[in-house]
Design a protein around this ligand. Structure first.
Ligand SMILES: N[C@@H](CCC(=O)N[C@@H](CS)C(=O)NCC(=O)O)C(=O)O
Length: 213
């Protein structure tokens, strides 16, 4: 297959880019990466020039330009169907969990931005964020498979979507139920995630309002 290019944001902060990148890695698709630094007065202009979605990640493939982490994940799953659970019920459940992450948990996302370089430190969580934290864990508990380290047993797209959440829980020192902690530990010790994280920790880019720790 022609080698796609994945345009991503800063590895330290761009949670949606991380999701798409993990999915392509797990799909075994060889791809090139192009970094779009997510700062600067011309950011909007650069994103608009890249795709009609005006955000990263963006996938360029065979003359086409596709955006949105979920669309990119579905594109990869056409190549590697095992990115979704094999069982039809489980597959529908995995898609439900991914949809919830993709279009929800706004308070958690707002208050606890992904920062892979952050030394774990608790902050005063607002009520909506605390509700999201409880809801994420309840969702994991409801769908969790007994067969493996990941949400549906083997690694699936659902795990890509929750990896940034696992790091938010680490970074903001959020206490979790034992099973949720075990799941987060599995996500954060995944080899591909660690590759991404190693690159993220080498990034030294100006990012307004955020200082390196
Ligand atoms: N729904 C989109 C969200 C993508 C998104 O918000 N990306 C952020 C970076 S993590 C971005 O491009 N922000 C720049 C901006 O919105 O100006 C997806 O799943 O890809």
């Amino acid at each position: 297959m022609a080698r796609p290019v994945l345009h991503i944001g800063n590895k330290r902060y761009s949670s949606w880019s991380l999701r798409a990148w993990l999915v392509l890695r797990k799909a075994g698709i060889a791809f090139d990466e192009a970094m779009v630094p997510l700062h600067g007065a011309d950011l909007k202009q650069r994103l608009s020039a890249l795709s009609p979605g005006h955000t990263v990640p963006v996938l360029e493939w065979q003359g086409g330009v596709f955006w949105d982490s979920l669309a990119i994940a579905e594109w990869a799953a056409e190549h590697t169907p095992a990115l979704w659970p094999e069982d039809r019920q489980q597959r529908a459940m995995a898609r439900s969990a991914v949809a919830k992450m993709h279009s929800g948990f706004f308070a958690l996302r707002d208050q606890c931005g992904m920062d892979l370089g952050r030394t774990p430190k608790a902050i005063g969580l607002n009520e909506a964020t605390r509700a999201d934290i409880a809801a994420v864990q309840a969702l994991w508990n409801d769908v969790a498979s007994v067969d493996g380290p990941f949400l549906f047993g083997p690694w699936t797209i659902a795990d890509a979507f929750f990896t940034p959440v696992a790091d938010r829980f680490r970074a903001y020192d959020i206490p979790l139920h034992a099973s949720a902690q075990t799941y987060c530990d599995a996500l954060l010790s995944d080899k591909d995630f660690l590759d991404w994280r190693a690159d993220a920790l080498l990034e030294r880019m100006p990012y307004p309002g955020i200082t390196d720790e």
